[in-house]
Design a protein around this ligand. Sequence first.
Ligand code: PAF
Length: 282
Amino acid sequence: MKTIHTIAELRSTLAAERAAGKRIGLVPTMGNLHTGHLTLVHQAAASADVIVATIFVNPLQFGAGEDIERYPRTLAEDRDKLTEAGCHYLFAPDDAEMYPNGRDNQTEVIVPKISTIHCGASRPGHFEGVATVVCKLFGIVQPDMAVFGEKDFQQLQVIRQMTADLFLPVDVQGAAIARNEHGLALSSRNGYLSSAELDIAPALNRALRETKAAIEAGRRDFSTLEENAQQALEAAGFKRDFFNIVRQQDLLAAQPDDIRLVILAAAHLGRARLIDNIVIEL
Ligand code: PAF
């Protein structure tokens, strides 16, 4: 695998691959890779010839007081993992390469409505930062397809809407959530958890599964189910963020007749903010 730090070198390298008739697959990440990221690489390899992973801790998607400074940076280990997973190119730019005119002069991509609810309400500006950097990566790499984890369900919807609205010729695919043996969704932020917190953390997925079972059994008192789950999480040691039963198509509050639902959850445990979700097809 070749590591490239500049847009100019990546562009000329990929132009040669494209000229040779190769399909290009993109796996954007912020690094500190775990098994979940590597499944994205494997999924990309199933529908593209050349896989480009990116590692860029994007300052635009972190709010004031969030964890950008302590976000784990493990480039050497990540490079080994990507090589083993069969990735062909790693694009690892610095801030000046991605934002040459500075953050304040950067054109921003705003995906309306969906960016302002759930995670967007807890982290104002977050999805503008995500949509902007993903749009730039699509412009730099010009991939045929790109893969994003379904753990960030709302992020995937934001990226899908941006891609459709801007007529970007990229097949955006979601990859199933990778979990540890206790059901905890894999995340770079799990590294912030103490061993006691790691024992508590699977309660988030448990609350999602229990709420899904209640809905499948016929419960439609969504507000009560949401509040019960929040209380169970608080009792387990979490601080609440949100636990919302919503419709898959627009992520707005579920109504009793809706049949394609998703429960989106975020909660704080120690120094980590964990997110997870569960899809319900009734
Ligand atoms: O999911 C992530 O790791 C990031 O939000 C992404 C998509 C790489 C954009 O920075």
